[in-house]
Design a protein around this ligand. Structure first.
Ligand code: WT7
Length: 653
């Protein structure tokens, strides 16, 4: 369906009246202000929103582009912004509402959060000698201690790097080593679908080889399962935490000091340590919480992401707390004990804003179409989606059955690198079209252009670029500034100057609405999880029988994309009659090297890969074959054009 033929849904009038941005006129006023006086615009918000210890000297320093500096010279502490400054007015307000997988509950007020974070900060500082600038890796389940740990690092100026709990020991080790982490914080494990699962053993394996940088491991008890204990290295959070004082002065941080690293996939095998800053990051995290979710004082907001991803950083921890909101944290999965779990929680906590991924919506729709009818969902005001395009059937169900036709859906486009939302509807202002991220947020100069900066014609696909630096942008790639420049500022230019290219393609319609069409680089999006084809290929190549491999994304009804691998074996006889066995083995290698999230849905043994004469694999052809499409593109430039038909036979056969 083309974007033009999509219906338009207008914001709820009663909601719009109370919203922070009430209509498109207000939106355009803000955008015009930013366009006319970019620095003045951001100066205004930085002064209004952040509780500075000391003022900054410059708003935006472009002298060393693309290593931009925002609010340089300013002093602050992100935990002061997220916790301390709220204590006067909301010390007894719930900061975090936690619900465990098995239904256990915990409410943490802002005052309690303050105490817990201070104690945790003291523990890291006094017992583990963690100092400003040190790296701390978190390998944690979705429990409040994960948030405390992140904030404790921020309090003392340590740089956290959260590694998603689904990554394997190998992947964890790579990230520990790249960041040269001094401390790892983990848990024994946690609960999923009513059963305990383990994390600490993965840390043990990761640290078996070559991680000399790691001095200590802090272990939070969650599922109480037995774990191996290494004396002198492993420490029990639960035994130590009560010995610490609940006051730890916040470290005075510069605006541009790193706040955290978060590893993400790119187009080479090695993940990139995306580095975020203090002031710019927290400013935009807070502003987007206020504008995009329009969270009000008495609201309860729930984002279902995992803290191992950027969504969990910005929209479970930093954004909601900076905005003084109540944020729900959920350990479990929305399909356990049944596909009504999420809706039951919405009813129980009277959730006002609900933010999740299209994959989750598709699963809940498929598994429990009528579940929402059993619950009172009338508290909901704003629904959000993130991570991948949402298809019209899922959108419609979300809008009608979850939102009761009353709630705006904010389809938020952004990335690990952008720190916060870039393109999204404003729930009280933007008329929305299903599956469309709509317009750039006020102050964000997102454009769909050709490589040379020419804006694309309506309906034509172009590169989704952000043509001016913004406060919450990636600052660099940890240990690899050259890669930072090459990855993001090498593809597109505007007025002769390199601009940030996201890696996504997009289309603008006649009304100026932006629809994301997906990655144009070698990155696959499986259930909203970002995986580099090169990363998966590097893992598969570790299988002793594999000579060559190319992986592509194949459209999938539930996951958005699934991984399809074309494998060339060293010896044709290697698999004879036992392809199923080989497939299992290859997926096992992937699980070990990266984690289960990167497993392939389809692995096909083929006689060769379609390569150009210069040896480049033509992935476009493989994508078409994976989809079962006819090959329309010119294959005469291939070194061996006949390979295409041979691959097709293997795939069909
Ligand atoms: C990639 C970024 C941003 C947090 C979660 C993922 C895709 C993101 C949308 C959306 C279509 C989207 C893009 C982007 N993406 N949001 N609303 N519609 N696609 O963060 O792992 O850094 O992945 O997710 O392809 O580049 P990430």
């Amino acid at each position: 369906m083309s974007v033009e033929s999509r219906p338009i849904y207008y914001p709820n009038k009663a909601f719009a009246k109370e919203a922070r941005i009430k209509n498109m006129c207000e939106y355009h006023d803000l955008m015009d202000w930013a366009k006319e006086d970019y620095e003045g615009y951001w100066d205004h918000w930085a002064k209004e929103k952040i509780d500075w210890f000391e003022p900054y000297e410059t708003v935006l320093d472009e002298s060393n582009a693309p290593f931009y500096k925002w609010f340089n010279g300013g002093k602050l502490n992100v935990t002061h912004q997220c916790i301390d400054r709220h204590l006067d007015v909301r010390k007894n307000k719930a900061a975090i509402i936690f619900e465990g997988d098995r239904g256990d509950k915990q409410i943490i007020t802002y005052l309690e959060l303050y105490r817990n974070v201070n104690r945790f900060a003291n523990l890291l500082k006094n017992e583990f000698n963690v100092k400003k600038g040190d790296r701390v890796v978190l390998y944690m389940p979705m429990i409040p201690e994960a948030a405390y740990a992140m904030l404790a690092c921020a309090r003392i100026g340590a740089i956290h790097s959260v590694v998603f709990g689904g990554f394997s020991a190998e992947a964890l080790r790579d990230r520990i080593l790249d960041a040269e982490a001094k401390v790892v914080i983990t848990a024994d494990g946690a609960f999923r679908k009513g059963k305990p699962y383990m994390l600490k053993p993965v840390v043990d394996t990761a640290l078996e080889e070559g991680c000399d940088c790691v001095e200590k491991v802090l272990v939070v008890q969650r599922n109480m399962e037995d774990v191996v204990w290494i004396e002198g290295r492993d420490y029990s959070y639960n035994e130590l935490i009560d010995l610490e004082k609940d006051l730890c002065e916040p470290e005075v941080m510069d605006s541009e000091d790193p706040l955290f690293l978060l590893y993400t996939s790119g187009s080479t095998g090695k993940p990139k340590g995306v580095q975020h800053s203090q002031a710019g990051y927290i400013l935009w995290a807070q502003m987007t919480m206020e504008w995009v979710f329009d969270v009000k004082e008495n609201d309860t907001y729930w984002c279902t992401a995992d803290i191992g991803w950027i969504t969990g950083h910005t929209y479970i921890v930093y954004g909601p707390l900076a905005a003084g909101a109540t944020t729900v944290m959920f350990e479990g999965v929305p399909t356990y004990p049944d596909a009504g779990r999420a809706w039951k929680m919405v009813e129980e906590y009277k959730i006002n804003q609900f933010y999740t991924a299209p994959t989750a919506i598709r699963v809940l729709h498929k598994m429990g179409e009528h579940e929402p009818e059993k619950y009172d969902l009338s508290s909901l005001k704003v629904l959000g989606t993130v991570g991948e395009p949402i298809d019209p059937p899922a959108w419609k169900w979300y809008y009608e059955k979850i939102g009761g036709g009353r709630c705006s859906i904010v389809d938020t486009w952004w990335q690990t690198e952008t720190g916060g939302h870039m393109i999204s509807p404003l729930p009280g202002a933007t008329p929305i079209k299903p599956g469309c991220a709509t317009f750039p947020l006020p102050g964000i100069m997102a454009e769909v252009i050709e490589r040379d900066g020419t804006p694309v014609e309506p309906g034509e696909q172009g590169l989704l670029c952000i043509t001016k630096p913004w406060p919450s942008m990636i600052r660099t790639i940890w240990n690899d500034p050259d890669r930072f420049v090459k990855s993001y500022f090498g593809d597109a230019k505007k007025d002769g100057q390199p601009v940030y290219f996201s890696g996504d393609g997009a289309v603008i319609d006649e009304d100026g609405y932006i629809t994301i069409t997906g990655r144009v680089d070698d990155v696959i999006n499986v259930s909203g999880h970002r995986l580099g084809t090169a990363e998966v290929e590097a893992a598969i190549k570790k299988h002793p029988h594999v000579a060559e491999v190319a992986v592509v994304g194949k459209p999938d009804d539930i996951k958005g994309e699934s991984i399809f691998a074309f494998v060339v074996l060293k010896n044709a006889e290697d698999t004879f009659g036992e392809e199923a066995e080989l497939v299992k083995e290859i997926n096992q290698v992937i699980a070990t090297e990266i984690g289960n999230i990167a497993k392939c849905d389809t692995i096909k043994v083929v006689p060769g890969l379609p390569k150009t004469r210069s040896g480049k694999v033509m992935r476009r052809i493989l994508r078409a074959i994976a989809k079962g499409e006819e090959i329309k593109q010119d294959i005469s430039t291939l070194e061996d054009p006949s390979i295409v038909a041979k691959i097709q036979t293997c795939v069909i056969g």
